[in-house]
Design a protein around this ligand. Structure first.
Ligand code: SF4
Length: 189
């Protein structure tokens, strides 16, 4: 992989283009998860900034995963001519279930034509080893797999103030466990 002239970094889009020979687009999905910081197991009410309806186009009464992918593919393919996609499990905490249930769900996205991998958005305190092993198994089958960890801040005081329900330590632990297994991690602030 090499940086593009004039830029001191390799963007995600450039990385994917170099790796797959063409643009790869993420398809936002809402699989009707909830979040341990909203349902009472970690907290109630969620992070102070949380409004999933604002970032997920499928937030209201989501259709099946297959329908969401078909719709997203049609829109992006028409606009960009894209032929390869990642199923982007974006809304809420997309590892908040037993690994066997997650597998059934992720498998459905990967079964759709032109979906070459997954990006799984979640909280760093909701990624047990069983989930990492599941993601690793997909990666070993040749799928493009990303674990997307929300962090928001590396400052524990700030995390407390936004009612995040976890600290830096959980992020560091999950990031290290994932990277030690060779799973690619994306972090959004
Ligand atoms: S972790 Fe994500 S889904 Fe959960 S409350 Fe915070 S912003 Fe919302």
């Amino acid at each position: 992989m090499s940086v593009v002239a004039g830029r001191p970094y390799l963007s995600f889009g450039q990385y994917m283009q170099q790796r797959h020979g063409e643009h790869v687009h993420k398809l936002s999905l809402n699989a009707s998860f909830t979040c341990p910081n909203r349902d009472g197991s970690k907290g109630i009410g969620g992070c102070t900034f949380c409004n999933n309806a604002s970032f997920s186009p499928n937030a209201k009464a989501p259709d099946s995963i297959e329908s969401q992918i078909a719709r997203g593919k049609a829109v992006i393919a028409k606009r960009t001519g894209a032929k390869k996609f990642l199923g982007y499990f974006q809304a809420y905490t997309n590892t908040y279930d037993e690994a066997e249930n997650l597998k059934r769900l992720y498998d459905r996205a990967l079964a759709v034509d032109d979906v070459i991998g997954l990006s799984i958005g979640t909280r760093p305190d909701c990624v047990p080893d069983e989930v990492l092993e599941l993601l690793l198994a997909y990666q070993e089958q040749g799928y493009e797999i990303w674990l997307e960890l929300g962090l928001q801040s590396a400052n524990d005081e700030s995390l407390l103030r936004v009612n995040r329900g976890h600290g830096w330590m959980e992020y560091e632990d999950t990031c290290r466990r994932a990277r030690d297994m060779g799973i690619k991690v994306c972090t959004h602030l």
